[in-house]
Design a protein around this ligand. Structure first.
Ligand code: F6P
Length: 342
């Protein structure tokens, strides 16, 4: 059997652990694996490399990013290329495709499956927002990076009597901000799921200073939204994939707190640092487990499924269970965090 794999969408720590896991599992069953480069684009252009079960594949377990490269492709370009995709897979003698990616990639994989391509999905994203799985690999690493940054900002904030705004990734959901903010002892956390009132944010900070505290830390997800009519936001541009360019949420909040409280405020954008570097042990293990189960599905001819973590077990879910809606932070999780605000 000949299995193909690819990584698509934003990269995240643990992708290489999946590639290694797939190659080693396939090899153990007498199958081989090829990797398409740069996501769906590489599949359309038939750019592929043979992956061997050797010492090089073992070394990538610890490595961040993806050895195959990744990229984004507009859904219209993808749909227009379906005949080429099928022809490329047939010419290469591919019997199964393991697509590793977030919600957008899994939607593409679902569409391929509906068009007769034998696909298995592996969910990834630092944002932890893929539905139907308790966790995605990459998230734990991103939270560890963001928590370390918050720890460091505590000491400099205290030295300078400042409010520090820490902006994390999280376009539609606030999992990274919530977890890093809780782990880092933030005094407020603002996430897309629960629109914030800048007045309340300022009151919390003012109260801290009145109580004799010297500083404040506010963690803000890049996609946090102000309650309607409470804060003027700069105009946002839209990229070619229809995504709003989320720039300056942290800085906008910093400016407003400075204006209202006349206190020293600084904003730090963690950005792609959260996505880079070596995966944590947790992410390596989850990525490897996903890889083994996805490859076993491919070997058994079980297609149209996505591997997912349910409690302690890896299970298979259908594409519709994984795509369509995002896994958002539920209210109970946010109100628990709120108990420690201020
Ligand atoms: O991986 C998901 C994500 O981290 C989002 O939180 C973020 O908005 C986006 O990727 C940014 O990705 P890029 O800069 O690669 O377009």
């Amino acid at each position: 059997m000949r299995i193909a794999t690819l990584t698509s969408g934003g990269d995240c720590p643990g992708l290489n652990a999946v590639i290694r896991g797939a190659v080693r599992t396939a090899s153990g069953a007498g199958a081989t694996v090829v990797g398409y480069q740069d996501g769906w684009q590489g599949l359309l252009e038939d750019r592929r490399v043979q992956l061997y079960d050797d010492e090089n594949i073992d070394r990538i377990l610890r490595r961040g990013g993806t050895i195959l490269g990744t990229g984004r492709l507009h859904p219209d370009d993808f749909r227009a290329g379906i005949d080429r995709v099928k022809a490329n897979l047939a010419d290469a003698g591919i019997d199964a495709l393991i697509a590793i990616g977030g919600e957008g990639t899994l939607k593409g994989a679902q569409w391929l499956h509906e068009n007769g391509v034998p696909v298995v999905g592996v969910p990834k994203t630092i944002d932890n927002d893929v539905n139907g799985t308790d966790a995605t690999f990459g998230f734990d690493t991103a939270v560890a990076v963001a928590t370390d940054a918050i720890d460091r900002l505590h000491t400099t904030a205290e030295s300078h009597n400042r409010v520090m705004i820490v902006e994390t990734m999280g376009r539609h959901v606030g999992w990274i901000a919530l977890h890093a903010g809780m782990a880092g002892g933030a005094h407020d956390i603002l996430i897309p799921e629960f629109p914030f009132d800048i007045e309340d944010v300022c009151k919390k900070m003012a109260r801290r200073f009145q109580m004799g505290e010297k500083y404040g830390i506010i963690v803000v997800a890049e996609g946090a939204v102000p309650r309607e009519g409470t804060l003027e936001m700069p105009e946002r541009q839209v990229d070619r994939y229809g995504h709003e360019k989320l720039e300056n949420m942290g800085q906008t909040i910093a400016n407003e707190i400075h204006r209202r409280l006349d206190t020293d405020v600084r904003a730090t954008v963690l950005g792609h640092i959260q996505r880079g570097g070596t995966p944590t042990a947790y992410d390596r293990v989850l990525a490897t487990r996903f890889a083994v189960h996805a490859t076993r599905s491919a070997l058994r001819g079980e297609f149209g499924v996505v591997v997912a973590l349910h409690g302690e077990e890896i299970q298979r879910i259908s594409f519709p269970e994984a795509v369509g809606t995002l896994k958002r932070v539920p209210e109970g999780r946010y109100t628990t965090a709120q108990a420690l605000f201020g």
